[in-house]
Ligand binder design. Structure first.
Ligand SMILES: Cc1cc2nc3c(=O)[nH]c(=O)nc-3n(C[C@H](O)[C@H](O)[C@H](O)COP(=O)(O)OP(=O)(O)OC[C@H]3O[C@@H](n4cnc5c(N)ncnc54)[C@H](O)[C@@H]3O)c2cc1C
Length: 339
């Protein structure tokens, strides 16, 4: 086996030939990691009729796209995808491989990691390159895999020093997607699909697709409510405000547990990660598990009766007061403006 290259790979998840948003976020982060390592950023794309999508990846800094295009790969299926990605990683030994922490990424990454005996950390919230001294050994340029641990009470930095390939899954919305500066010259390396008997063990018989009722992940303005909203009726005020502002409504886990909102609106460590331009936190204490899902928002406004609430440590605009009163005032003021 060759010595590992300093290459950073991103597994590009696609549906119907369109790359998932998280893949662009990972390419943007991967570009910086590759620069630090002096390696090359490469994308791994499997699918059918996805050659056009391959070109889009250059915009985010991929210098090479490893493409396997075949009808058998049109839909994600565990067996062929894990086998092919595992074989590629085993043969080419990149330094780092990144996957989205999506349903697909969470299925694929552990299989590839175990097949190739690589290190893997799930649900990272940050990735850095650093030198580490561990058990009297010095390691250069390790991937620091950073994520909340122990119920979110600490932020742990995890390393996998004794394996050549280090892998991580990262949730959607955690890294910022940014196109590379200037035109990136890239090349598509098309690899043949060689069938294996196990590939057809699972077949996709039918597909059903349902539109999500909320657009929370992509809303430019998020009005979020916590347990401090007090009642379901008060929580309803947030929907009115969000509608006026052209935003969407999110909730803390305590608000979901209290029945104020459904669990698909939960933001935080065990919910969604959002990065809107404006996040209005209403009756939210600011627990670390909630902050993990929203603290990278462009602007944070917090409303809380307790001046010592931790949410005030991370907000840009603090309003100390009763949330129902403040929201009523907001709604009246916006209605007045819109008249
Ligand atoms: C493993 C694990 C994972 C978790 N994952 C998540 C997660 O994904 N997302 C999440 O949100 N939480 C999560 N939690 C829970 C988290 O620890 C907190 O319990 C939760 O975020 C608290 O929600 P809250 O701020 O709505 O409620 P509280 O902490 O009860 O805060 C309510 C706030 O409202 C204020 N308030 C009360 N009345 C008013 C009023 N009239 N006007 C204005 N302010 C008022 C209070 O001063 C207080 O600050 C997780 C916990 C664990 C252990």
């Amino acid at each position: 086996m060759d010595a590992p290259a300093n290459d950073v790979w991103v597994f590009v998840e696609q549906r119907g030939g369109r790359p998932h948003a998280v893949s662009f976020e990972l390419l943007s982060k991967g570009r910086k990691l590759a620069e630090q390592l002096g390696g090359t950023l490469k994308a791994v794309l499997l699918g059918h009729g996805v050659r056009e999508a391959a070109r889009e990846l250059f915009r985010f800094g991929a210098r090479e796209v490893l493409l396997v295009d075949h009808a058998a790969l049109a839909d994600y299926r565990t067996m062929p995808y894990a086998r092919i990605v595992g074989e590629l990683v085993g043969a080419r030994q990149p330094r780092i491989v990144l996957f989205g922490a999506t349903v697909v990424g969470r299925d694929l990454a552990p299989r590839v990691a175990s097949q190739t005996r690589s290190g893997l950390t799930a649900d990272c919230t940050d990735l850095q390159i650093g030198d580490v001294s561990y058990l009297r050994k010095e390691y250069k340029n390790l991937l620091l895999q950073i994520r909340p641990a122990l119920g979110g009470n600490i932020i742990a930095t995890i390393i996998t020093p004794d394996v050549p390939v280090q892998m991580a899954t990262v949730r959607e919305g955690v890294m910022e997607a940014s196109a590379a500066e200037g035109a990136v010259e890239g090349r598509v390396v098309e690899l043949p699909y060689v069938a294996a008997p196990a590939d057809e063990l699972v077949q996709v018989v039918e597909r059903h697709q349902e539109e999500s009722p909320s657009n929370l992940k992509h809303a430019p303005i998020v009005v979020a409510g916590g347990y401090g909203m007090g009642t379901r009726e008060n929580f309803g005020l947030l929907h009115k405000l969000a509608e006026l502002l052209g935003g969407d409504v999110a909730a803390t886990r305590a608000a979901v547990d209290a029945g104020f909102a459904t669990s698909d609106r939960q933001v935080g460590q065990t919910g969604l990660t959002v990065r809107p331009k404006l996040y209005i936190a209403c009756g939210i204490s600011g627990a670390i598990q909630h902050r993990a899902g929203m603290e990278k928002s462009g602007r944070i406004v917090a409303i809380n009766t307790d001046p010592a609430a931790p949410i005030f440590d991370i907000c840009h605009h603090a309003i100390v007061g009763d949330v129902a009163t403040v929201i009523h005032t907001f709604i009246e003021a916006y209605r007045e403006r819109l008249r």
